[in-house]
Structure formats: C-alpha cells, structure tokens
Design a protein around this ligand. Structure first.
Ligand code: GDP
Ligand code: MG
Length: 743
C-alpha cells in the first residue's frame, strides 16, 4: 500500500527514531508504542543508552529507537553524541520529534536542528493536557505550516494520540522531507551557499550528509563533524575551505559564527512561537512557582529535603516490616517443612542433600526474598519523589553543596540512585560530561547506602537500639553522605583536582501528580533487576558458604556434619578476628558475615543465620498437615495486613500499641549475646560499629565490576581498598566513642 518514494533495504521494515528534550515524554511514547517497560520519570537526563523496540502493523515491522534526551545536536555531552551518531549513521526512515507543548520555545531549538538534518520528521506535541491546564492555546495548523512538517498532539501518559503517531510516522516516512528552516544573516547564507556548492560536487559527502546541515555545522566549527568529513574523498579540501570561510565570516560579523547562528535560530523560533501560541491567564504556573519559592529557599531547602528523606525511610522501614516477618515465617516454617517432606519421600531425609537444601538454599534465598518488601517500599517512595517532580528540586537544592565538593548538580542523580543500588548508580554517571566528574562521582556512589544494606540496619537497630531505630537508620544514611563529602573533598585536593565547573544546567520540571502506571513500572523494574542480580549471586554464595561450612578441617566431624567453627569457613573467618577485635565484633561469625558481604550485602544476615545456626528450622520435624500450613500462611498474611495498617498512623507520630510484643527471634538473641562477649559488655557500641562497617565498605562485587567496566581497573582497586580502610577507621571511631559514652 504505502510504498511510493519509500526507499529502504526491506520495505516492510521502517526504522523510527524518537528524539526530543529530556522529560518531553519520549520513553512514555516508546512504551506505549512497543509495549515495553522503560524507565519513565519526571527527571531530566535519565536515558543515556538508546533503547530499541518493535511494533508490528499490517505485517510491517517498525523498529523504534528511544534516543537519549538532548537540548541540541551539538556534540558536547554524551547524550548528544549518542543521539547524533545514531541519526547520522543509521539514518532512520523517520524521526519522531517529541516536544513538550508547555515549553515550545526551548524544545523547538532541537527540532530545528533535527529538521536541518534533512530526515523525514513528524512533530509530536506531547503534554497537551498540561498545556491546556496552563491555559496555552497552540495553533497546530499554523505551526505545522510554518515548519513544513506534520504534527500530532498527544497526551502520552494517558496513551492519547498514540495511534496517530504511528499513522503519522508511517506517512511521513513515505514523503520526502520539505521543512521550512530559519534563514540566517545574508553573510552567513552566502557562506552556506558557497560550502553547499562544494559539498554537492563530492558525491561521497553529499550522499551521507544533508548539504545545508553540513555547511552549517562546519561554519559553526563542529570538530566531530569535521573529523568525520575529513576522512571522506574531497573532505580535506572542503574542511580547509570551511575553516578559511569561517574565519572570514567571524571577522565580518565581529562575533563567533556559532553564537551568531544560535542567536538567529532562537530569534526565528521566538517569532514563530509568538505567532502560534496564545496564553490565557492561568494560575497553575504561579502555584508551581509558589511551591518552588519555598521548597528551594536558601534556608528551608535543605531541611525540607532532609525531612523528605526521613519520610521516605520511615515509610520504607515501618510499612515493610510486617511483610518481612510474614515472608520469613512462611519460608522458614511451611516451605522448609515441605522441602524436608519432599526429600524424605524420595529417600533423602537426614542426608547432606537435606542440609544443603534447607540450610544452604532456603536459608540463603529466603534471606533475600524476605527483604523484597523493604526494597519495593523504598523504590516506591523514590519513584513518587521522582515522578512528582520533587527529586529535581532536591538536586537543585543540593547543587550548592555539590559545588562545594567540586561536583556538578547533575552528580546528584547517580548519588541518589545509589540509595537504591550502587550498580545502576555507577552506570548513571554517564550522564556527566567530563571524565573527572564521572570518576569522582563513581567513587562516591558506594557511600550512598544501597537498599541491600538496609536489612542489616533494620535487624541490628532492632537488636541494639530498638527505641530509636528509625533515627539510627537515618543517621547511618547521613553518615554515608558525610563520609562521601569528606572523601570528595580529599580527592579533590589530591588526585582529582576540580576542572572549571560548568554552571548548573538543570530545568525544574513542573510538579505533577504521580502517574501510577509509571510508578508501578519503576518499582517492578528495579525490584526485578535487584532480584535478577541478587538471586543467582546469592544462591551461589549461600551454597559456597554452606560448602565451606561443610568441609571439615582438623579431626572432628565429617562432611556436612562439622561443628561450624571447625569448618573451612570457620577457619577463614577466624583468621579475620584479630583485625575486627578493636572494632568490638571480633567473632568469627561477624568476620564470616563480612566476608560473604563482600560478595553481596544481601547475604550478610543469611550468613549470620547460618553461622549462628539459627535458621528457624527447629520446628521442621513437627508433624503438621498441608492444610494446617496453608491456614498458617493465610492467617499470618492477614496479620501482616493489619500490622501494615497499624503502622500508617505510627508514621505520623501516633503509636497504636507496641509491635515488639512477640518474643525475640533466635537470631537476634544469638547476635546480641555474641556482641556482648566480643565487645566486653559494650554490645550497643559494637552493634553500631558493625552497622557503620557495613555502610562504609564495598557494597558488592557487582559494584566493583561496574567501576572496573566504567573507569578502569586502577580506580576499581582504589575504590575497593580505600573503602575497606575507611570502613575500619569509621567503625573503630564509632566503637571507641560508644564505649566512652557508656554504650
Ligand atoms: P523522557 O525523558 O522524554 O523519556 O520522558 P518520560 O517519558 O520519562 O516522561 C517524563 C514524565 O512526564 C513522566 O513522569 C511521564 O509520566 C510524564 N508524561 C509523559 N507524557 C505526559 C503527558 O502527555 N502528560 C502528562 N501530564 N505527563 C506526561
Ligand atoms: Mg526517557
């Protein structure tokens, strides 16, 4: 049907690129088109990687690429380079330029550059709902005529207009691009024409680049484009000419050519927007501004930010606690009983296989599964902050502080992501423009307390400082931040001196009611990636540790029936105790937990459960019926729902009865008495020191792998060793202080 004039290797495949400013809604549209689940958030600059997905339509395949958000197509940032390389090299059949309708003037700057590229383009005016609320009337017909491109208005978050986008893109791909572009000053146009003539003489160049775009870029002094063209036949003479003409032009204009061109582009767009947009007086703008005046205030900004963080962590710990208990009870009770029953039925009851399954696999994996509620609650809270638009304010408020440690406000994003998981945070440093900023930020990320450390704090705070556990946990998060600041200052004065910091280029997205579908996706994506990352690693670690514990050293015991302290693992951990003794937790069990915690923080507690021999398998042998077990699971589930509801008023300071009535779990008791002994009666101080150690040392092997991948082996090793030293010193100070203060 629609094939006329449409040239492609395979006419049934159409390649579509989504381009636009950050936060314009590209990923939302991408998800709506492809049914994929991509990270969507109210936050500038999230996507650096381009993502691809497919859509099938009438037997035809649309290959859709979500490009990183950019403000222009110059090659200053990684996002711009990724986006531009794709457009230049892949030459998609159609570019879908996604534009935030509430911010037309700024968004059109990129659109004009896209049009100059000469690719068929469809303009998508997204966020039409918000534009309506703000009282903006956009004359789409006039806009479409003025730019010479088709336009589709959408509300992507409600999937309105998505079908029109598909139809529009297919149609645009079949028609040759014929955009109306800004005219520059006569002198500039003269030089463009001159270079265009040269370009047209060289087929090798003309076939790859739109002549007008190339002439402009060369006059603007784009070194990346110059490099590409230089290697083509006829390229060097073209470059020589461009440099010469550029110099002549600059002298004539008495200004840099690229500034003149940018200025002309802005003027042209300004005039255009003046013609097509009519603003009715509206209040919503000023409401957002009024909130911002308060939230980003010099005095209130940081306290408000800290309060927001406190609410997040209170929410995370209080609301998830009943679910942790429930999952834990189900796994150690009925599930373990069933496993034993099944193994018994196939004649393996009481063998080492049973030990491996119950003590290794269920204890290890169960330890991870039980904390899914904690992470899901944390991710949920962070997603709400992000989607509502507050996160960007947080970054804005923190920018002043970030500058003091020689970082850009944008470094705040990776650091914030680090509170979820260090691994994606390391990758998020790609949004930074210079390498020094990336490395410095990457080295500081591990001090942001990741989600996997939280379970350790929750357990230890409940054991040693039950009355102020929320405060202790918040304190640990803050300590991580403080240490990061100190490390940042030190690195800045030593091996990573500050380069000229660019000003804060960060827009504040409008406040928005959270989009629940987006939030559900975020929580699911992050939790799933945690599970994928954790499950296999943790399963392997748990089994390896089980094996180390099963191997006897010395005369006593036989395989899988060795006294714990005599096993290979016990010996290894014991070797570590002299180092840990000054910190107040010099037992081999603590040492062992820290060793396996080096692989992943998720296993610290499960290792303790194994080494203290307290996984609740004590009732495994008791006869229960299958239906009895199901009933138990169901009734404890209901109890968890009730406890969650009870926790909600507790979060705002009302306490409905104490949750600590039930007897203390066995593991907590074992840890408490062990710490009591190793610390010489200062168990609380030792417990705190242990938490500080867990906070400050290497988050996990995957983080080290990510650092190595992104920054090289040298920096990864520095990070690993440096963190171990910092953790030891930090824990030592905390323990000594605690002892001195009588903890
Ligand atoms: P990207 O940075 O261009 O990929 O933008 P995203 O797709 O991540 O969207 C940024 C934010 O805008 C998210 O919070 C979306 O839920 C929201 N959003 C996207 N499209 C619309 C829309 O049409 N209307 C409204 N109100 N919000 C939208
Ligand atoms: Mg995106």
């Amino acid at each position: 049907m629609i094939t006329t004039g449409f040239v492609s290797a395979d006419s049934r495949v159409l390649s579509v690129a989504l381009a636009g400013n950050p936060n314009a809604g590209k990923s939302t549209i991408f998800n709506a088109l492809t049914g994929a689940r991509q990270h969507v958030g109210n936050w500038p600059g999230k996507t650096v990687e381009k993502k691809t997905g497919e859509l099938f339509l009438d037997g035809r395949r649309l290959n859709i690429t979500d490009l990183p958000g950019t403000y222009s197509l110059s090659a200053y940032t990684l996002e711009e380079i990724v986006a531009r390389d794709f457009l230049l090299e892949e030459r998609p059949d159609v570019v879908v330029a996604v534009v935030d309708a509430t911010n037309l003037e700024r968004n059109l700057y990129l659109v004009v550059q896209l049009l100059e590229l000469g690719l068929p383009t469809l303009l998508v005016l997204n966020m039409m709902d918000v534009a309506g609320e703000q009282g903006l009337d956009i004359d789409t017909v006039e806009l479409s005529l003025s730019l010479g491109v088709p336009i589709v208005p959408t509300v992507a978050s409600r999937e309105q207009g998505i079908d029109d986008v598909i139809a529009g893109a297919c149609r645009a791909a079949t028609e040759p691009a014929n955009p109306c572009l800004p005219e520059y000053l006569p002198q500039v146009e003269r030089e463009i024409a001159r270079l265009q003539n040269i370009i047209n003489e060289h087929d090798a160049i003309r076939d790859v680049y739109s002549p007008r775009w190339l002439a402009l870029r060369l006059l603007e002094g784009d070194s990346d484009v110059a490099e590409r063209v230089g290697s083509l036949p006829g390229g060097s003479s073209l470059l020589a000419e461009a440099i010469e003409r550029g110099a002549v032009l600059a002298a004539e204009l008495e200004e840099d050519v690229d500034l003149t061109i940018a200025d002309q582009r802005y003027r042209w767009i300004h005039a255009l927007v003046g013609r097509v947009v009519r603003a009715r007086p509206a209040h919503s703008l000023s409401r957002s501004d009024r909130i911002d005046r308060f939230v980003t205030d010099r005095r209130f900004g940081i306290p408000i930010f800290l309060l927001a963080m406190w609410i997040v962590f209170k929410f995370t710990t209080d609301l998830s606690a009943p679910w942790v208990d429930w999952l834990d009870a189900v796994l150690t009770g009925p599930v373990s009983r069933w496993a034993v029953a099944v193994l018994g039925a196939v004649g393996m009851g009481g063998t080492w296989v049973e030990s491996l399954v119950v003590d290794g696999v269920i204890a290890g994996v169960g330890g991870v599964l039980a904390f899914i509620p904690v992470l899901a609650a944390l991710y949920f809270a962070l997603a709400i902050l992000e989607d509502s638009g507050y996160m960007a304010r947080g970054a804005f408020v923190m920018d002043r502080m970030m500058n003091r440690i020689g970082l850009h406000g944008r470094s705040f994003l990776p650091l914030m992501v680090g509170f979820g998981c260090s691994v994606p945070a390391i990758y998020a440093t790609r949004t930074l423009t210079n390498n020094r900023d990336r490395i410095l930020t990457g080295l500081l990320v591990p001090f942001m307390s990741c989600g996997a450390r939280l379970p350790v704090y929750v357990l230890f705070a409940a054991i040693f400082l039950p009355r102020s556990s929320s405060l202790v946990i918040l304190g640990l998060y803050l300590l991580g931040v403080i240490v990061a600041i100190l490390v940042g200052l030190t690195l800045q004065r030593t091996i990573l001196p500050a380069t000229a910091a660019p000003g804060l280029v960060m827009e504040l997205p409008p406040y928005r009611l959270p989009n629940w579908r987006g939030i559900r996706n975020n929580v699911w994506l992050r939790t799933r990636s945690f599970l994928q990352h954790a499950a296999s690693l943790i399963l392997v670690t748990s089994m390896a540790i089980w094996l180390l514990m099963a191997i006897p050293t010395g005369g006593q015991g036989s395989f899988a029936d060795t006294p714990m302290a005599d096993s290979a693992f016990g010996r290894l951990s014991t070797a570590l105790t002299p180092v840990l003794r000054p910190l107040g937790f010099g037992s081999w069990q603590s040492g062992g937990a820290l060793i396996s915690g080096l692989v992943a923080k998720e296993v610290v507690i499960s290792t303790m459960a194994q080494t203290y021999g307290t996984e609740a398998t004590e009732d495994v042998g008791q006869p229960t019926t299958f239906f009895g077990d199901l009933l138990e699971i169901a009734s404890s589930f209901i109890q968890a729902v009730i406890d969650t509801l009870k926790a909600i008023p507790g979060m705002i300071g009302i306490n409905l009865g104490s949750a600590e009535e039930s007897g203390e779990p066995e593991l907590s008791a074992a840890i408490r008495s062990s710490f009591e002994t190793t610390s010489g009666g200062h168990a609380a101080a030792a417990g705190l020191a242990f938490m500080v150690f867990v906070l400050l040392y290497t988050p996990c092997m995957a983080t080290i792998a990510a650092e190595r991948h992104e920054f090289g082996r040298r920096w990864a090793i520095l990070s690993l060793v440096g963190q171990l030293i910092i953790a030891w010193v930090g824990a030592f100070i905390v323990f000594r202080l605690g002892v001195a203060l009588g903890g």
